[in-house]
Ligand binder design. Structure first.
Ligand SMILES: [Zn+2]
Length: 94
């Protein structure tokens, strides 16, 4: 079951493990019993694979300031190889 954060109007925020079917309803505060609506925060990323976390961090960084390209793509590519086979001359051309 996932952990949801709720905010009691009197006592403040608290975390509670609840079934997903009860995610939309307010939870009872463990201290005073008042109805505490759910608080939507950042997802918990503690359990992620380090590679996935790096990719998510890079994606978040580039959302506001995309990385600048230092060179024109394709300048380092090798030229298309030219064939010397005479049979290739008879192939249809695009
Ligand atoms: Zn409370």
């Amino acid at each position: 079951m996932p952990t949801y954060t709720h905010r009691c109007p009197v006592c403040g925020e608290f975390d509670q493990v609840r079934p997903m079917s009860a995610a939309g309803s307010a939870a009872a505060c463990p201290d005073c019993g008042a109805a505490a609506p759910r608080v939507f925060g950042a997802p918990s990323l503690r359990g992620l694979d380090p590679g996935v976390r790096r990719a998510l961090d890079a994606s978040a960084r580039s959302a506001d300031a995309p990385e600048v390209v230092a060179s024109v793509p394709g300048t380092n590519r090798r030229a298309t190889p030219v064939t010397r086979d005479p049979r290739h001359a008879r192939l249809p051309r695009p």
